[in-house]
Write a protein that binds this ligand. Structure first.
Ligand code: SF4
Length: 686
């Protein structure tokens, strides 16, 4: 078979957005996937799960035909019969129309997330939504809290180029586990260590694979990182490590911050975080004495009710030391705001009616079960069109989500690559292309490239792209927008042009446009993105979200977390695993083999008190329900912490429902956001 190497872009929900070099075999199949060596962030490295993408691309369970459910909900493939694309799209259009006629247009809820990060195939569903005035979706499940926290201080969603990690003398990985989930960070950390002798500090509630590699690991209790950051700043001020000249020029209220932090000393933070005072002081001195210190801000510690406040507090650190001013210094949370793309055409923003209601995607359980507040006092949701997500597993309060999908009066269409748990509850299932089978354009959260990914193999079976399905429905529904008459590539081309970027014809041949700003802009030396051009130590929370009243202006510990009680003494963190990415890859043989089985990491002392041994079954629960896992004795965290990694398929659990049965859909402050790592639980022998 002839083999060639073709360029592509990893579409998955991961900041690295790796540039790929894909082995194509005989024009139809793929072999090994490697990182593109010439892309200077990827540098030839990809994670193991995508290196073996062939397992997913050519998985025997991939959907290949449109399906209509003829059996019970939730059974899976056996409950469906194949139908033609015309039959399927006609039926979906008819059912959406019926729902709208019965309860109004807002009773239709197009629902999506980041199963692909490609802008056309991910966000095109919004064009249909806006053209039809269906209910809008508040995208809260991942970055609402972290965005709010970062924007409070910096004012724009970008930071110092990830490639500068290699120029740092101290890298702080805070609230992330890149060795498992974003491997490219470690490439640049390794370069800094090798070439500069840089130090690595990891701050995470448990000893992750990244923490294993660190010179220093601090393991605060979940939801207390804001207190740690405040105490570090207290020490920086007290011990002369605060750069007062930098702060006078680039920040809004350094004197106010210093006065506010006077009582936030290491003893105060030690009581909240569970860390020792000397751990906090030691880290503060290390950070304060290193000019080129770089904080790689992860998403983990923001997945709490106080997550925005926590991330805001951490983002203040380089503004106190002035590290932003140095090459290899500063911080990066996400660069997704770096390139200003005009998304009007892709998302149909010119058809957006701001009076249509917005429903919180994280509260899909409450929405579907008729919670009036979650519904905005509007009509029930009676039809769902779902692309790029698997809410039966990934959304919090799984019990409620399952109850909602079980409604007999709810019509559901799912466009998917596999018969996921959500697809199994649908009336119509449509087979979807993978990123190797369609065209798209990708921003990167960790770097500055805008990358074009073209189809490199033909679609599997009868699979169609998200864009094609949206256009096919739009025609049937009478939705009016020029974007529905374009191909994905034409949409990309027009979007590039109206954004003032090189169009497809003039795009770099390798599909990678590096939009890295000049040093002064990248380091905010020409101003932060607030009207006064300062970094804000005094957050304007009311400008960010309506639930601001419980958030203090200055960085602080905000005690709104689910901190447990005698009935629920343990703090559960539902962390990502190395081999799954949300629910993507949780059905590929090598990922399943590596992850083993659903497991709870429990401190050995806690395990002993329960009378359990390593490997025993343990029941974990709270008022939302309980489930059984196998316990693994693990000392790399505080005794109250329990870690469950990975979004396993529901069928991997004894009672058929996964870890999000226990997590809450309470909105974080100040504008919502899922609080996956803010859950108190009890443990019992199973
Ligand atoms: S590290 Fe992230 S972006 Fe890179 S290949 Fe893996 S999942 Fe994709």
């Amino acid at each position: 078979m002839p083999l060639d190497i073709v360029s592509s872009v990893c579409p998955h929900d991961c900041p690295s957005a790796c540039a790929l070099a894909v082995e194509r075999v005989g024009g139809r199949r793929i072999g090994r996937v490697r990182g593109a060596a010439a892309q200077t962030y990827t540098r030839g490295v990809v994670c193991a799960k995508v290196a073996r993408y062939g397992e997913r691309q050519h998985h025997p369970d991939r959907l290949s035909q449109p399906l209509r459910r003829v059996g019970e909900k939730g059974v899976g493939r056996d409950a469906f019969r194949p139908i033609s694309w015309d039959e399927a799209l006609d039926e979906v259009a008819e059912r959406l129309t019926c729902a709208a006629q019965r309860h109004g247009l807002e009773s239709v809820w197009p629902y999506y997330y980041a199963g692909t990060m490609g802008l056309v195939q991910r966000d095109g569903i919004n064009r249909l939504r806006h053209a039809m005035r269906y209910s809008r979706e508040d995208l809260t499940i991942c970055n609402a809290l972290s965005d709010a926290g970062w924007l409070a201080g910096v004012g724009v969603k970008r930071g110092v180029d990830g490639r500068e990690i290699a120029k740092s003398d101290l890298i702080v990985v805070w609230g992330g586990n890149p060795a498992a989930t974003q491997v490219n960070v470690m490439t640049h950390v390794a370069a800094a260590r090798r070439e500069r002798g840089a130090g690595l500090v990891v701050i995470d509630p448990y000893r992750t694979a990244t923490a294993e590699q660190a010179d220093l690991h601090l393991a605060p209790l979940p939801g207390t990182d804001g207190a740690l950051a405040c105490a570090v700043m207290h020490v920086l001020f007290k011990e002369g490590c605060a750069d007062r000249v930098y702060m006078a020029r680039y920040t809004d209220d350094p004197a106010g911050l210093e006065a506010h932090l006077a009582t936030r000393d290491p003893a105060w933070a030690a009581r909240i975080t569970g860390l020792a005072e000397d751990e906090i002081v030691g880290f503060a001195r290390l950070f304060g004495r290193t000019r080129r210190s770089y904080i790689r801000v992860g998403y983990g510690f923001s997945r709490s009710r106080n997550g925005a406040a926590q991330l805001f507090a951490v983002s203040c650190l380089p503004a106190v030391t002035g590290a932003w001013a140095y090459e290899g210094g500063g911080a990066l949370y996400s660069n997704l705001g770096l390139v200003e793309l005009d998304r009007t055409l892709i998302e149909g923003l010119d058809r957006l009616d701001p009076t249509t209601r917005i429903l919180d995607q994280s509260r899909i359980g409450a929405v579907l079960t008729g919670d009036r507040r979650a519904l905005g006092n509007g009509p029930p949701v009676s039809a769902l069109l779902i692309q790029n997500t698997n809410p039966l597993v990934v959304a919090p309060e799984s019990g409620l989500v399952r109850g909602g999908f079980a409604r007999s009066d709810l019509f559901v269409c799912v466009h998917e690559q596999f018969m996921t748990e959500t697809a199994a509850m649908a009336d119509i299932v449509l087979p979807a292309t993978t990123f190797l089978e369609h065209d798209d354009i990708y921003l990167g959260g960790a770097h500055s490239y805008l990358q074009l990914g073209r189809a490199v193999v033909p679609p599997h079976g009868e699979c169609r792209s998200n864009h094609d399905v949206i256009c096919g429905l739009a025609r049937r529904l009478g939705a009016d927008h020029p974007g529905f008459a374009m191909t994905a590539l034409e949409l990309i081309d027009r979007t590039l042009r109206i954004s003032g970027l090189p169009d497809v014809e003039h795009y770099p041949e390798d599909g990678r446009l590096d939009c890295c700003p000049p040093f002064a802009t990248g380091h905010f030396l020409d101003g932060f993105a607030h009207a006064d051009e300062k970094f804000h130590f005094r957050a304007d929370w009311p400008a960010i979200g309506p639930a601001f009243a419980r958030l203090p202006a200055f960085p602080d510990h905000v005690g709104v977390i689910d901190d447990g009680d005698p009935e629920r003494p343990f703090r559960l963190v539902a962390a990502p695993s190395r081999s799954f990415l949300n629910t993507t890859f949780n059905n590929t043989p090598s990922s399943l083999a590596r992850e083993g089985r659903p497991t709870a990491l429990v401190h050995p002392e806690a395990l002993g008190r329960l009378g359990l041994d390593d490997g025993d079954r343990v029941r974990i629960g709270n008022r939302r329900g309980s489930l059984v896992l196998h316990a693994q004795s693990f000392a790399g965290m505080q005794k109250r912490v329990v870690i469950v990694e990975g979004l396993w398929p529901n069928h991997a659990f004894e009672e058929g429902i996964g870890i999000n049965l226990l997590t809450s859909a309470d909105p974080g402050l100040p504008r919502g956001g899922a609080v996956f790592h803010d859950t108190s639980v009890w443990l019992r022998p199973a």
